[in-house]
Design a binder for this molecule. Structure first.
Ligand SMILES: [Zn+2]
Length: 171
């Protein structure tokens, strides 16, 4: 915020994936029920596609084969596969609604997304923009910049290093 890192009062904070999205959701690995992660995490998305494949008469089975990865779902979505798009849009809406709450609380105008889900690309960013337009108060609903991070798997470690460097030079 304002060019500085935010440090919570404990080492565990800012866990947006563990904010409650819907109370009637599944039990999360953190022990709560209905966390965002249970709706929009990689495993939740894969499981949702599996559930839908089990429920239909095999129309989409050819697209996914007997086993598939999250990346397969994203590539199917890029090819306009309806099941992949439906599941990814639902997950993206859950993420977008949660981000809209964060935007309302913090007044931020730029959101940088990092993690596996960014592979969903514009399906994700479009839904987040929709949620911000729909749920944020004026003028925050006029749109925020949504950026998909290009950082690699070491981003978290880099963030920790930057935090230490920032603390060194500012104390
Ligand atoms: Zn959780």
């Amino acid at each position: 915020m304002n060019g500085s890192f935010i440090k919570g009062t404990t080492d565990i904070f800012g866990e947006m994936g563990h904010t409650v999205y819907r109370e009637d959701g599944d039990i999360c690995k953190c022990g709560n029920r209905g966390c965002l992660e249970t709706f929009a995490g990689r495993s939740a998305i894969i499981n949702k596609v599996k559930e839908n494949l089990a429920d239909n008469l095999g129309f989409f089975r050819k697209s996914f084969g007997s086993s598939f990865t999250f990346e397969d779902i994203c590539s199917n979505a890029a090819e306009e596969n309806k099941l992949a798009l439906l599941v990814l849009r639902d997950a993206a809406k859950a993420i977008g609604d949660t981000i809209a709450n964060v935007v309302n609380v913090l007044g931020i105008t730029r959101v940088v997304l990092y993690g596996e889900t960014v592979k969903a690309g514009t399906v994700l960013t479009d839904e987040i923009q929709n949620s911000i337009r729909k749920h944020c108060i004026y003028p925050l609903n006029q749109g925020s910049e949504i950026i998909l991070s290009g950082l690699d798997v070491f981003a978290s470690a880099s963030g920790a290093a930057f935090f230490a460097i920032d603390k060194f030079f500012n104390t």
